[in-house]
Design a protein around this ligand. Structure first.
Ligand code: UDP
Length: 329
């Protein structure tokens, strides 16, 4: 099967390309390399340098490569930045999705696996968030992803474009073989920042707020290993190959860890001290996001292999220790 991975040079997209190729799919990648890395893309994939908003390019790739399904990872994805620069998010994410859906419709591509996010929910009071929980995003990032989900839904109704939207909770870790991992510039995500501090690349890491309504006052998130997350994408594609109904799934572990607990687990894994400072809250951050993920387990048969936060952090640590400068190395 011929699959186009848009954003396939990014952290999550590159792990998808790697696993699709291992599973025998024929993979093309479109990435503008604004945040992605050419070196992260498996050599067996055909690489196209370009932007999702370039419809002529999308048309050309879909036709030349006879694309049958799209994995869509290309988006701006930082909660804090999105509060400062909302229009960047509506342009790159929402306009990008609109152009992609036009190209899919015009070229008769009927399957899309979409990277959505827990940020579509906003502040939820329930202990575990189910897929039908109210959607009230607290950031333009979450809002843009909710708009993108809804755009695909209406194109399903009008044009029969079938989708699986996967609402990621917090994705972490690296390929267990050490080939690829997480490398953002600037880095904003918690686990890489904690590990950069363990490596001595930062004097201390800052905890963004310790006055949230949580047991230790720091934000709680649900961490899922990137390889487990990609397994769910491939199960989702297999699902669309045999089922007519589009779906939305949460992808998480149903277990929450506070920022302080992540620092403590990282101290255990690395054996390093990891100095910490307490700072201001970051705009747009909900106090707690923990998934109910039974639906993906039941319908897709998804079974995450990583069961402990230490196991997830260990793979990230192996990558960071071996590649302290990321792909620049
Ligand atoms: N966080 C923090 N210090 C940092 C980076 C992140 O305290 O240097 C917190 C952040 O406020 C959030 C959690 O760690 O509560 C996870 O943030 P991340 O950016 O990794 O993922 P997000 O939840 O925004 O997708």
């Amino acid at each position: 099967m011929n699959v186009l991975v848009i954003g396939g040079a990014g952290y999550i997209g590159s792990h998808a390309v790697n696993k699709l190729i291992k599973k025998g799919y024929s993979v093309s990648v479109l990435d503008n390399l604004v945040t992605g890395h050419r070196d992260a893309v498996d050599q067996s994939a055909t690489f196209y340098l370009g932007d999702i908003r370039d419809k002529a390019m999308l048309n050309q790739i879909i036709q030349e490569e006879q694309i049958e399904a799209i994995f869509h990872f290309a988006a701006s994805s930082l909660v804090g930045e999105s509060v400062e620069k909302p229009l960047k998010y509506f342009n790159n994410n929402v306009v990008g999705m609109e152009v992609l859906l036009e190209a899919m419709q015009e070229n008769n591509v009927k399957k899309i696996i979409f990277s959505s996010t827990a940020a579509v929910y906003g502040d939820v009071q329930a202990p575990l968030i189910t897929e039908d929980a109210p959607k009230a995003p607290t950031s333009p990032y979450g809002e843009s992803k909710l708009m993108m989900e809804n755009m695909i839904k209406w194109c399903d109704l009008a044009h029969g474009i079938k989708f699986v939207s996967l609402r990621y909770f917090n994705v972490a870790g690296a390929l267990s073989t050490g080939e690829i991992g997480e490398d953002h510039d600037p880095e904003t995500h918690l686990i890489p920042i904690v590990l950069q501090t363990a490596l001595g690349q930062r004097d201390a890491m800052t905890i963004f707020g310790d006055d949230y309504n949580t047991p230790d006052g720091t934000c709680i998130r649900d961490y899922v290993h990137v390889e487990d997350l990609i397994d769910a994408h491939i199960l989702a594609l297999e699902y669309l190959n045999t089922n007519a109904e589009s779906q939305i799934f949460n992808l998480g572990s149903s277990t929450g860890y506070s920022v302080k607990e992540i620092v403590e687990a990282s101290r255990k894994v690395t054996g390093k001290e990891i100095p910490v400072k307490i700072g201001e809250r970051r705009a747009g951050d909900p106090a707690k996001l923990v998934a109910a993920s039974e639906k993906a387990r039941e319908i897709l048969g998804w079974k995450p292999a990583y069961e402990t936060i230490e196991g997830i952090i260990q793979t990230a640590w192996d990558w960071h220790e071996a590649n302290p400068e990321g792909y620049a190395n």
